[in-house]
Design a protein around this ligand. Structure first.
Ligand SMILES: [Zn+2]
Length: 76
């Protein structure tokens, strides 16, 4: 499979965190995050953010629009 670029990783990182992607993509993202100086810290930040949001939204899954807003924030 071809190497993922930063943009693709950024777009799939929520699904990665949610465990909603297949194993091939999962491994591709994992490998990219490990060696990319941009995506590594960004992923760490997003992982912590997601844990925080999940603690605050224990009644149900994170609303899609909230996810979208956070996602936009990270892209800026
Ligand atoms: Zn990257």
């Amino acid at each position: 499979m071809s190497e993922l670029d930063c943009e693709q990783v950024l777009e799939m990182v929520w699904e990665y965190l949610d465990g909603e992607i297949d194993e091939v993509q999962y491994r591709g993202i994992h490998t990219h995050i490990e060696k990319c100086g941009d995506c590594g810290p960004r992923y760490e930040f997003q992982r912590k953010l997601m844990a925080l949001v999940e603690r605050k939204c224990q009644e149900g899954p994170i609303p899609a629009d909230l996810k979208q807003r956070l996602f936009q924030l990270l892209k800026e």
